[in-house]
Design a protein around this ligand. Structure first.
Ligand code: ADP
Ligand code: MG
Length: 237
C-alpha cells in the first residue's frame, strides 16, 4: 500500500468485444505520483489495454479504476502504429491540439495558445520546425512534437504508450529529462516501455505485467531476474 497513490486499480479485467479471452485479468495496482513509472511486459501482455482503460477509451468488464484526485486531467500519447502520420497537418497544428481539450474543438485559438505552443516546442527543440508537415519529420522529431502537445495540455497525469520505439537515444534522454522534472513536481508519469536495457536508467518504479500483474514496486526491487523470467518467459492463459 502506498501512502499517496495517484491511481488505484482494483481487480480490473478487460476484454475486446470480438474476443472471448481477457486481455488483462484481475489487475490490482497502486500507481504513485512524483515518480517515473515504467510499464513492462512482452507483446500482447495487455500494456496498451491497461493504458486505454485508465484513459477511459476501453470499458472494464470488471473492476475499478480510481483516479484519486477527481479534478485530474490526462494527456495520452498512443502507440505510434495508431497514429495517422499522413494526415496533412503542420507541427504547430499538432501542438495546438493540446489546447482543444480545454477549449473544445471549435474554441478560438488565441495568441496566448500560439505563444505557449511555441514555448513547449522550444522545450523539445522543435520550434524551428513549426511550419513543417508532421509527416516530413523523423520518428524522433515526431515524438518530440507529441510530447510538446502533451505538455501544452498541462495535465496531472501523462500516459505514454511506447514513446521511444524508433526514437534516437538523444531524443529519449531529452524526453526523459522533461518527464523526470514533471514527476519531481508531483505529476504522475506512466510510460509503456520496450527496451529492457534502459529500465534501470529511466524508471523509479516499474509495473511488470503479462495479462496479470507480476510486480509493481521500486525499480531496484521489481526489476530483478526472477520477475523478468516470470514476465517474459512464462506463458499466461
Ligand atoms: P501490448 O500493448 O502489451 O502489446 P495489447 O494491450 O495491445 O498488448 O493487447 C493485449 C491482448 O489483447 C492481445 O492478446 C491482443 O491481441 C488483444 N487485443 C488488443 N487490441 C485488440 C483489439 N482491438 N481487438 C481484439 N483484440 C485485441
Ligand atoms: Mg501495446
Amino acid at each position: 500500500m502506498l501512502d499517496n497513490p495517484s491511481i488505484v486499480i482494483k481487480d480490473l479485467s478487460v476484454s475486446y468485444t470480438n474476443e472471448s479471452q481477457l486481455a488483462i485479468e484481475k489487475v490490482s495496482l497502486e500507481i504513485p505520483s512524483s515518480k517515473l513509472v515504467g510499464i513492462l511486459g512482452p507483446n500482447g501482455a495487455g500494456k496498451s489495454t491497461l493504458i486505454k482503460a485508465i484513459v477511459g477509451i476501453l470499458k472494464p468488464n470488471e473492476g475499478l479504476i480510481n483516479i484519486v484526485d477527481n479534478n485530474y486531467t490526462i494527456a495520452y500519447i498512443p502507440q505510434k502504429e495508431n497514429i495517422d502520420w499522413h494526415f496533412p497537418i503542420s507541427v504547430m497544428e499538432v501542438a495546438l491540439m493540446g489546447t482543444y481539450k480545454t477549449k473544445g474543438y471549435f474554441g478560438r485559438l488565441n495568441q496566448i495558445d500560439k505563444k505557449n505552443a511555441t514555448k513547449y516546442l522550444a522545450q523539445v527543440g522543435m520550434d524551428a520546425y513549426k511550419y513543417r508537415k508532421i509527416s516530413d519529420l523523423s520518428g524522433g522529431q515526431q515524438q518530440r512534437v507529441f510530447i510538446a502537445r502533451a505538455l501544452l495540455q498541462e495535465p496531472d497525469i501523462f500516459l505514454l504508450d511506447e514513446p521511444f520505439s524508433g526514437v534516437d537515444m538523444k531524443t529519449q534522454a531529452l524526453i526523459i529529462d522533461i518527464l523526470q522534472k514533471l514527476a519531481s513536481n508531483g505529476k504522475t508519469v506512466i510510460i509503456v516501455h520496450h527496451d529492457l536495457q534502459t529500465v534501470n536508467k529511466y524508471f523509479d518504479w516499474v509495473v511488470m505485467i503479462n495479462k496479470q500483474v507480476i510486480t509493481s514496486a521500486p525499480t531496484k526491487v521489481a526489476f530483478i531476474e526472477e520477475n523478468i523470467q516470470k514476465t517474459y518467459y512464462t506463458f499466461q492463459n
